[in-house]
Design a protein around this ligand. Sequence first.
Ligand SMILES: NC(=O)c1ccc[n+]([C@@H]2O[C@H](COP(=O)([O-])OP(=O)(O)OC[C@H]3O[C@@H](n4cnc5c(N)ncnc54)[C@H](O)[C@@H]3O)[C@@H](O)[C@H]2O)c1
Ligand SMILES: O=c1ccn([C@@H]2O[C@H](COP(=O)(O)OP(=O)(O)O[C@H]3O[C@H](CO)[C@@H](O)[C@H](O)[C@H]3O)[C@@H](O)[C@H]2O)c(=O)[nH]1
Length: 448
Amino acid sequence: MSAMFGTKVAVIGAGYVGLTTAACLSSLGHQVVCADVDREKVDALSRGEATIREPGICELVVDGLASGRLEFVLGASAAVSEASVVILCVPTPMGATGAADLTTLEFVVAEVRELLPPGCVVVNKSTVPVGTAARVAKLIDRADVAVVSNPEFLREGAAVHDFLNPDRIVVGSADRDPAPARRVADLYGKLDTSVLVTDSASAEMIKYASNCYLATRLSFVNTVAELCEYLDASIDDVTLGMGYDQRIGKSFLRPGPGWGGSCLPKDTFALLRTAESAGSDFALLRAAIETNLKQQDLVVDKVRKAVGGELAGARIGLLGLTFKAGTDDLRDSPALAVAGRLAAEGAELFGYDPGVHAPVPGVTDGVRITGTAYHAADGAAAIVLLTEWPEFRALDWARIADRLDGRSVIDTRNLLDPLVVAGTGLSYQGIGRPAALPSTGDMVRRAG
Ligand SMILES: NC(=O)c1ccc[n+]([C@@H]2O[C@H](COP(=O)([O-])OP(=O)(O)OC[C@H]3O[C@@H](n4cnc5c(N)ncnc54)[C@H](O)[C@@H]3O)[C@@H](O)[C@H]2O)c1
Ligand SMILES: O=c1ccn([C@@H]2O[C@H](COP(=O)(O)OP(=O)(O)O[C@H]3O[C@H](CO)[C@@H](O)[C@H](O)[C@H]3O)[C@@H](O)[C@H]2O)c(=O)[nH]1
C-alpha cells in the first residue's frame, strides 16, 4: 500500500513533544489541529510565536499556519471531531510513589472519548507504563476506535531534527493488529527510517528500556570517571578508547554532574516501580539512580574542598543552569540540584546561563541570575561549570581570573581545555581528568 498523506490529525498537548509533532506532521503534508489547555500558549502559537526554544520550530509553525495545514485550539475537545488520528502528547510526570502519574492522560481520554469519529485511531505518544494502551482502550470502550502506542525518542534541543530524522519509528497495536499500526506508520511515510511494528506492551517497554539504558550507561561512565580520579587515568581518553569499539559507540559517554531533564529521572523511577509491581527487583536500575544522586554529592564535595572546606558564606559562580546545553528547560536539572545542595550549606550563588534570562520563581531560587558569565565570576571563591554550553569554551579565562576572588575552576562537563584555564593562573579540576594532562584524544594515527 502506498504511503498516505494529508491525514487529518489532532495533537493533544503543545509542549516539547506535542508542538514538535504537530509542526513536523503539518510540514509532511498532514492537516493538523493542535490543542492545549494553556490559553496564552495557544494564542502565542496562533500568532506564529514559538513557545519552546528548539531550532527550526518557529519556521515550521509559521509555515504551517500560512499553508492552512496547522491550527492551534484551546482544549482537546475542540480538536478531535474531524480527526482520523488523535495523538496524545500530554505530561506523564512522576507521581508521589515514583510511578508515572496518568491523571492528565486519563482526563483527556475521558474528555474526548465520545467525540472521536468512528474509525479513528488514538495514539499514545506520551511516555506511559506498559499496559497503558490497553487501559486507554478500555477507558474509550468503543469497538470503532483503535488505540496504538507510538513512543517518541526526540531529544530536547534537537527536537525537530530528531522528529524528521528518527533512528526508528516504533508502533505498537493490540495483538499487533496491522491495520491501525499501518495508519500510524503511514503518517511518517515520507521519512527514510526503519519502522518497527509490534504489540503495544512491547512498544511501551522499548521507550522505557531505551531511556533507562541511556541513564545506566551514564551512571556507569560517571563511576568510571570517579575511579579515574583515584587511579590518575583520564576519562576523556578512556571513553574515546571505549567508543572506537563499534559495539559500544562514541555517543552518550560524557561524564557530568549527573543526568537529568524532564525524562530520564522520571522514566527510571517509573520503570523501577513497574518492575516492583511485577515482583521483580531491577537492582541495576536502582543502582543507576543512586549513583546519579551520589554524583551530585561528588560535585559538591569538590566545590567544598576548593573553597577551603566551608561553604557557608562562600560566594560561588555557576556557569549553566539548564539540564543540558541547547535548551532553556530547567526541569530536573542536575545543575540546579547541585546549586540547591550548595545553597543548603550556605553558599552564596551567582549563576549565568545563555538560555535563562530571568529568575524563575520556585525553580532558580537561591541563585542570583547574572547577565554574563563574567558577572557570575565577580568576587567568587570558585567557578563551577555545570552545563556544557559551547560558548563557555570561548570565554576569556584571563578576564575571569581577574574578576575571581579565589583560584578554583570546577568543570563538571569536561568542556574546557585545562591548559587554557591553568595558563591564566587558575586551578582547574574536571571530572575524571588528571589535573596536569593535555586536553584529550591525542591520536598518533587516525584511520581513513
Ligand atoms: N520532552 C521530551 O524531550 C520528551 C521526549 C519524548 C517523550 N516525552 C514524553 O512526552 C510527554 C509530553 O512531554 P513534554 O515534554 O512535551 O511535556 P510538556 O510539559 O512540554 O508539554 C505538555 C503540554 O500538555 C499540555 N496539557 C496539559 N494538560 C492538557 C490537557 N488536559 N489538554 C490539552 N493539553 C494539555 C500542557 O499545557 C503542555 O503544553 C511526556 O509523557 C514525556 O515523558 C518527552
Ligand atoms: O554523554 C552524555 C549525554 C547526556 N548527558 C546528560 O543526560 C541528560 C539527558 O540528556 P539527553 O538524553 O540528551 O536529554 P533529553 O532531551 O531529556 O532526551 C532523553 O529523554 C527523551 C525523553 O524521553 C528521549 O526521547 C531521548 O531519546 C533521551 O535522550 C542531560 O542531563 C545530559 O546533560 C550526559 O551527562 N552525558
